[in-house]
Design a binder for this molecule. Structure first.
Ligand code: ADP
Ligand code: ADP
Ligand code: ZN
Length: 217
């Protein structure tokens, strides 16, 4: 099963992808996670991405399309399917993705759009923190670890906050993303693949609703 998870920054894509892929077995492919890994490893890709991400800008399409094409062609994804998180983000990327899946002789089954009012998102992003070891995402108020300062998934005590979750950068990120998002939603609506989910509900309610949609795919 090949799924796209859409939604503005902070809508809950990473949180839901973690739960849904565990349940259905497809591979979670997050362009944001791939860029962050490249930045911390200081690869060429990482250095390029850093310049854009630090300013709240999108990474150029040709760079992003390239890493997605490479990842979707790998054996684990070909065998288990994918759940894309954070890609596509522009119309150009959506068109590139159509070509990539066609070349791989597969297709996109469903696009899930997690909708949340932008005002809620500033709050979510400013309270977000992440496990450095395994990448699991938490929130100070809405989704703290079960045991304080201990990752539910891997037991690590080492957490960090993303640089681009600072309030000054968050506003620009949301603005850029809202502008890019609108034509994308229309693109998938026209293909009859889009389903909206109300992402302002509790995390487990949102997961349940996404699972119900995917059971029908
Ligand atoms: P995205 O990947 O879309 O940017 P995340 O999954 O990282 O979003 O979620 C952003 C922040 O909001 C995280 O701190 C997460 O714990 C929290 N969060 C996610 N879903 C919900 C929800 N339904 N209600 C409240 N907080 C949420
Ligand atoms: P978010 O919390 O914004 O959903 P992500 O973790 O998906 O953040 O992405 C972090 C940053 O990486 C983005 O602000 C952007 O600069 C870059 N990025 C991620 N995915 C893409 C993409 N599909 N196209 C361009 N830039 C991207
Ligand atoms: Zn962890």
């Amino acid at each position: 099963m090949n799924i796209i998870l859409m939604g503005l920054p902070g809508a809950g894509k990473g949180t839901q992808a973690e739960k849904i892929t565990e349940h259905f077995g497809m591979i979670h492919v997050s362009t944001g996670d791939m860029f962050r890994q490249a930045m911390s490893a200081k690869t060429e890709l990482g250095k390029t991405a850093q310049n854009y991400i630090d300013q709240g800008h999108l990474v150029p399409d040709e760079v992003t399309n390239g890493i997605v094409k490479e990842r979707l062609g790998q054996e684990d994804v070909k065998a288990k399917g994918f759940m894309l998180d954070g890609y596509p983000r522009t119309l150009n990327q959506a068109e590139a993705l159509d070509q990539i899946v066609a070349q791989l002789n597969t297709n996109i089954d469903q696009v899930i759009n997690i909708k949340v009012d932008p005002e809620i998102l500033v709050n979510r992003l400013s309270g977000r923190f992440i496990c450095r070891k395994c990448g699991a995402t938490y929130h100070r108020v809405y989704n703290p670890p079960k045991v304080a300062d201990t990752c539910d998934i891997c037991g690590s005590h080492d957490f960090y906050q993303r640089d681009d979750d600072r309030p000054e950068v968050v506003r620009n990120r949301l603005k850029v993303n809202i502008e890019e998002n609108t034509p994308l939603i229309a693109y998938y609506e026209k293909q009859g693949k889009l389903t909206n989910v109300d992402g302002s509900q509790a995390i487990d309610v949102v997961s349940q609703q996404i699972q119900e949609i995917l059971k029908k795919v």
